[in-house]
Design a protein around this ligand. Structure first.
Ligand SMILES: NC(=O)c1ccc[n+]([C@@H]2O[C@H](COP(=O)([O-])OP(=O)(O)OC[C@H]3O[C@@H](n4cnc5c(N)ncnc54)[C@H](O)[C@@H]3O)[C@@H](O)[C@H]2O)c1
Length: 380
């Protein structure tokens, strides 16, 4: 029997527009889905650039205004892969039109925007999800399983870093494709909302909610030329952001993100220390999980490097044969497959808008603490 179609309207053809298009195109080849994802329409303002993107990825049509995309009866799911300042307006309009909504992270430019988005999808009763894709690295999902099974015991420490080095040059402008991340009006914040948001989402998924934070941020380059206005303008984003946190389970944490760590392109790592065992994960080695089990026999006890490629590892039975690893793009394929699989089920696939709102409450508290110099609580 032919499967019911899930018609997708993709907003944005940039970095994430490509990862999501690939995810929806591939998911049905590897996962048994109840719906057939169809790349129905690609949407962006620049028709000249949009056309070759749509042709390359096999979209059936294009739209240059997201309002027209949302108004179309043949679109079931609106997927928002455009900059942060567009998320709220598009998501709320899509929900009001009864569309399912998937949205890139951070959900809003701040928690106030996110809350409006959470309310809109709740009121409309539409399926929703946010692309915090690192949860679906098989090694990270395995870490979640080990923690939930109690293998680590009581958790004492959580340590996360996300380091990059691409904005060190003072000549780099702010604003425009990719560089919108340096424009606070578009991005909402700097590395706090861009990089730490990933670390916080993973951390709260693995280790529960965050009670309070104390932070320091810095903007190393105070003025940059704006690509769109041509004028030198103040830089409003945080270039680096560090914070300490107390989790509700009593564990202590430190988080660090920067775009000024020369030599690091996308070094996302986390380490968790529990009573019985510890875990370490590194995005540059994403198919491995480092695991130390204090219960091992003393003479051979040590850090094990687990190669997460076996059929009994999360998601891996769907891929190749044991020993052959998968990569970054697969995290998005897993997320698309999980979202489609959740449709019509009682339990929505996480992270939902509500889960992502919780992350935005923490990033807001981090930015607030960096200003106040005090411990702050993520508050609604
Ligand atoms: N999950 C992740 O790991 C991850 C990684 C990178 C980016 N992101 C998020 O994805 C989003 C997009 O980032 P990116 O790196 O793909 O940016 P990008 O600059 O590469 O692409 C943005 C796209 O949005 C389009 N766009 C901008 N304004 C629009 C509008 N009004 N209507 C329609 N289209 C519009 C642009 O034409 C472009 O195609 C951001 O929210 C970002 O934070 C997430």
């Amino acid at each position: 029997m032919a499967k019911k179609k899930l018609n997708i309207g993709m907003v944005g053809y940039g970095f994430m527009g490509r990862t999501h298009s690939n995810a929806f195109a591939q998911a049905q080849h590897f996962f048994d889905l109840n719906y057939e994802p169809v790349l129905k329409a690609a949407c962006a303002r620049n028709e000249e650039k949009l056309k070759p993107f749509a042709a390359q990825w096999g979209y059936e049509s294009i739209e240059t205004d997201w309002r027209k995309l949302i108004a179309r009866k043949d679109i079931d799911l609106v997927d928002i892969a455009s900059p942060n300042d567009t998320h709220m307006e598009i998501a709320i309009a899509a929900a009001k039109a009864g569309k399912m909504v998937m949205c890139e992270k951070p959900l809003g430019r701040n928690a106030k925007e996110s809350k409006k988005m959470v309310d809109a999808v709740a009121k409309a009763g539409v399926a929703n999800m946010v692309w915090y894709n690192y949860r679906r690295v098989p090694a990270v999902t395995l870490a979640k399983q080990l923690i939930d099974e109690g293998k680590l015991g009581k958790i004492f420490h959580y340590r996360a870093k996300f380091l990059q080095d691409w904005t060190i040059s003072a000549d780099l402008p702010q604003g425009g494709q990719g560089l919108w991340r340096l424009d606070v009006g578009v991005a909402g914040s700097g590395v706090t909302g861009d990089l730490l948001a990933h670390c916080i989402d993973t951390a709260m998924w693995l280790n529960g909610s965050i009670d309070s934070v104390t932070a320091a941020t810095e903007t190393f380059i105070k003025k940059r030329k704006h690509s769109l206005t041509g004028k030198v303008e103040p830089v409003g984003i945080d270039d680096a952001s560090l914070f300490l946190a107390r989790f509700a389970n009593g564990s202590l944490a430190n988080f660090e993100a920067t775009r000024y760590a020369r030599g690091h392109k996308a070094l996302y790592t986390f380490e968790i220390n529990g009573e019985h065992a510890s875990i370490f994960w590194d995005l540059h080695d994403l198919h491995r999980l480092q695991y130390f089990d204090h219960g091992d026999e003393g003479r051979t006890r040590g850090w094990r490097s687990l190669h997460i490629t076996d059929g009994d590892h999360p998601y891996m039975a769907k891929w190749w044969v044991p020993g052959l690893q998968i990569g970054y793009e697969h995290t998005f394929i897993h997320q698309a497959a999980d979202f489609i699989d959740s449709l019509g089920k009682r339990k929505p696939a996480s992270p939902t808008f509500k889960d992502a709102y919780a992350t935005d409450l923490v990033t807001d508290a981090v930015l607030k603490s960096a200003k106040s110099g005090r411990w702050e609580r993520p508050k609604t």
